[in-house]
Design a protein around this ligand. Sequence first.
Ligand SMILES: [Cu+2]
Length: 181
Amino acid sequence: MNETTTTMDGRRAALTRMAATAAALTLPLLASRARAHTDKPHAPKAGPVVKEQKDWGIAGDAKNAKRSIAVGMADSMRFTPERIEVRQGETLRFVVRNTGKVMHEFVIGTKAENAKHAEWMVKFPNMEHDEPYMAHVPPGKTGEIVWTFNRAGEFEFACLIAGHYQSGMVGTIRVAPAGKA
Ligand SMILES: [Cu+2]
């Protein structure tokens, strides 16, 4: 009898200890979860444009664009103009107009980067891509991008839509080193 009581008390004590331990483990977890929830903004804020340095430049600010270049894209798979001269450090605004009846895009990059990307576009034609150095323009519409050419060299602008790049829908951007004419 005595022994049973002791055992039961012991068991109760053990259960109480377990409950206490569980509470100790659970409470900080709940607290941190509650805090995390409180800190979370109710609507996601639109973050600033991520500016990632690329071999062919970096995303630019419209206010720094002193020159605007109109580029035409046609179903003949040609850009107008096909060659653009830039000075290193210059920020350009490209106003890209699709005069055709199919989708076209204007993608700035190195020759190697565009070629690699174009290959992916053939394998996965519906691949979604959107970067500050590209504009996807539906027929009859105009797209705009602002890009800072802070690296000198010869680059490309291309339409990477499957078949277009392969048909020669490519132009050249030459960025002259700063300080030289
Ligand atoms: Cu195209």
